[in-house]
Each structure stands twice: as structure tokens, then as C-alpha cells.
Design a protein around this ligand. Structure first.
Ligand SMILES: Cc1cc2nc3c(=O)[nH]c(=O)nc-3n(C[C@H](O)[C@H](O)[C@H](O)COP(=O)(O)OP(=O)(O)OC[C@H]3O[C@@H](n4cnc5c(N)ncnc54)[C@H](O)[C@@H]3O)c2cc1C
Length: 319
């Protein structure tokens, strides 16, 4: 049995689960086994039928009063109890923040190694794997040991492949969960501002870094973005200093963007920032330092003070 943990948020499927199933199915075929989808929380039960399009013929739905919203320790313990009842050959999850967190808890509980952000697997003992490292800047070949192989699947690297099956057999599972497993859980949610263009989907992003100088300094970036119908992003320095909320951070530990144009203002272009913006079709960098990596890698570079260049650009556009 190969277990594939389906990521969802209160019953809403995360599509990266379907990418995970592409790899889980390949591993299952190579092992001569079937994929069993693990659905945590009774609100996820309706997803089982949709998963038949992606080759899932067996599913386990784990129900417990506290599992309907994300709680990493409780979710992990649930999967551990499923794995103890009938040991699988491998457990796969999404390589998202949640998927990686969940499988890390499972690995710690089972005292097994975990490979995160995997793109390819050749089964055997050990598994020969390829995984994404350093924020997407290199692929690593590695061996994965363990009586149960634990791996997460790198997001946006594998296609979602349909492989319809006739139906799914659903087994119910009730874990035994101590109260302390709910120490970490979702307690409230903040809705994004509805009129704000999302960074991940914006066709144009104006990004600001340390060179912007202050939170107030971002006003000119906001003005340019609103003139061009885009969104504002920031480097980690800008978010760490509290000039922008973390949701605006572009990069390895922020959002990966893929706009038609990224205007990077006062950003040096450190590798951790670059991996988040390299998906842009064109990059225009504005920086006082012509040697900054962002300037040397950009399609267009303007050497100068962003607080002089952006107002001039806005004035020209307004004309
Ligand atoms: C594990 C890890 C994860 C990380 N994740 C991220 C991430 O997701 N995103 C991210 O951005 N960083 C991330 N970082 C941090 C990253 O390494 C850099 O420190 C950060 O990106 C630098 O931000 P910056 O370019 O704004 O600042 P700096 O590197 O200080 O660059 C400021 C730039 O502004 C220019 N400048 C100064 N004044 C002006 C002006 N008036 N006009 C024009 N240009 C000016 C300077 O010449 C300089 O090039 C991470 C680091 C680590 C270790």
C-alpha cells in the first residue's frame, strides 16, 4: 500500500494533491501496489469521489471532532495510527508548507528519514530520488532509506495526470487523539482584501527592497502599481523591517511570482529573492548599484535612485 495524503482546507482540495498523486501512482505501479488516499477530517470525505479521476480506488477517511481544520500534530498522529494499523511501503504528501510540516511530524513520530520536494523516484531499497534544493536553483540526487519511505512532492514540477478508475472504496478510520495534539491549530483566519490583486496572479509586480528606505517609501511603488493595474511585492528585508506584510514577500520563503513584467526597485537580487521572481517574463531593475545581481540578470536595468526614477516614470505615464 502507498499512502497519499490529500491536502485540503476545510474540504477544499489543494490541487497540488493531484500533482502528488501523479508521483504516488508511479511509485505504486513500480511497487506493484495501489495508492490509498488519506483524507483527514470528515469534511474531506466528499473529495474521495473526485479522486477516482486521478487513479484513486481506495481511500481512508479519518474522522474526529478536532480534525476538520488543520492541526499538524493531530493530523500527523492520525496518519501514524493509520500506518501502524497496516504499514505502507511509502507515504507521500504535497511539498507545500502544510505537506512538508505534516510529513516532518510523521517522520519524527516514526523515527524515519524524510525527503522533501521530490520530483523523481526509482523504487528499490533504498529509493533513488531526485529532489529540488536551494529554492529551486538545483536538483539533488539522493537515496532514501527507511522501512516506510517518506517523501513530499515538489510543487509545480509534475503534471496533473488523469487516470480514471471506476469507483473508490472508502474505509472509515477513527484515531485516538490526546488533547495536547491540538496545541497547534487554526484559531482564526483573515480574509485578503477583496479588491487587491494577488501577487501570485498579477500580470505586473512592482517589488521594493531595502533601497526603498521606509514603509512610507512604498507609496510611490503603490502609485505605479495602481497606474499599471499591478500588485506590490517586497524583499525579505522589506517584510522583516515591517515595511510590508509577510504576504507581500517575493522569494524562496515568500510567494513565487510569474508576471509579464517585474519591476524590482532597490532589490539586490539575492538568490533567495531571485528564485521567487525568475518566472517573470521580463524584469526591469532599478538600482543605484549597476553591479547588483538583479541589475546584471534583468532584461532592462536603470542605474539610479528609485525615488527619482519612479516619480519620473509615473509622471510620464500620466501624460
Ligand atoms: C533561508 C533564507 C530564506 C530567504 N528568503 C528570502 C525570500 O523569500 N525573499 C527575499 O527577498 N529574501 C530572502 N532571503 C534574504 C536574502 O538573502 C536577502 O538578504 C534579501 O533578499 C535582500 O533584500 P534586499 O535586496 O531588499 O536588500 P539588500 O541586499 O540590502 O539590497 C538593497 C539594494 O538596494 C539598492 N539601493 C539602495 N538604495 C537605493 C535607491 N535609493 N535606489 C535604488 N536602489 C537602491 C542597493 O544598491 C542594493 O542593491 C532569505 C535568506 C535566507 C537565508
Amino acid at each position: 500500500m502507498i499512502l497519499g495524503i490529500i491536502e485540503h482546507d476545510r474540504g477544499q482540495l489543494n490541487n497540488q494533491s493531484l500533482e502528488m498523486l501523479t508521483l504516488a501512482r508511479q511509485v505504486a505501479v513500480d511497487e506493484g501496489m495501489a495508492v490509498t488516499a488519506v483524507l483527514i477530517g470528515s469534511n474531506s470525505a466528499p473529495l474521495a469521489d473526485n479522486l477516482t479521476r486521478y487513479g484513486v480506488s481506495q481511500a481512508i477517511v479519518a474522522s474526529h471532532g478536532g480534525l476538520d481544520d488543520y492541526a499538524p500534530e493531530a493530523w500527523a498522529e492520525t496518519v501514524v495510527q493509520i500506518a501502524q494499523a497496516k504499514p505502507p511501503k511509502a507515504i507521500l504528501a504535497t511539498g507545500t508548507d502544510r505537506g512538508n510540516e505534516l510529513l516532518a511530524h510523521i517522520a519524527a513520530r516514526l523515527d524515519l528519514p524524510l525527503a522533501a520536494n521530490v520530483t523523481q523516484v526509482t523504487v528499490g531499497d533504498p529509493y533513488e530520488i531526485t529532489r529540488v534544493r536551494w529554492g529551486g536553483s538545483l536538483f539533488e540526487e539522493a537515496r532514501l532509506y527507511g522501512r516506510i519511505k517518506l517523501l513530499t512532492v515538489a510543487p509545480l514540477t509534475l503534471p496533473v495526470r488523469e487516470a480514471p478508475v471506476d469507483g473508490v472504496t472508502v474505509a472509515a478510520f477513527t484515531p485516538t487523539l490526546d488533547k495536547k495534539l491540538f496545541r497547534v491549530r487554526v484559531t482564526s483566519r483573515e480574509a485578503p482584501e477583496s479588491d487587491k490583486i494577488s501577487l501570485a496572479e498579477a500580470r505586473l509586480v512592482v517589488g521594493g527592497g531595502r533601497g526603498v528606505g521606509s514603509a512610507a517609501g512604498f507609496a510611490v511603488l503603490e502609485e505605479l502599481a495602481s497606474l499599471l493595474g499591478g500588485a506590490v511585492g517586497g524583499s525579505r528585508v522589506a517584510t522583516n523591517l515591517g515595511w510590508r506584510p509577510h504576504a507581500d514577500q517575493v522569494g524562496q520563503t515568500g510567494t513565487r511570482i510569474a508576471p509579464d513584467l517585474y519591476i524590482a526597485c532597490g532589490i539586490s537580487g539575492a538568490i533567495q529573492h531571485w528564485v521567487g521572481c525568475k518566472g517573470a517574463k521580463k524584469i526591469l531593475a532599478i538600482n543605484t548599484d549597476p553591479e547588483a545581481p538583479m541589475m546584471t540578470k534583468a532584461d532592462y536595468a536603470v542605474v539610479g535612485d528609485l525615488h527619482e526614477i519612479l516619480p519620473a516614470l509615473i509622471a510620464a505615464l500620466q501624460k
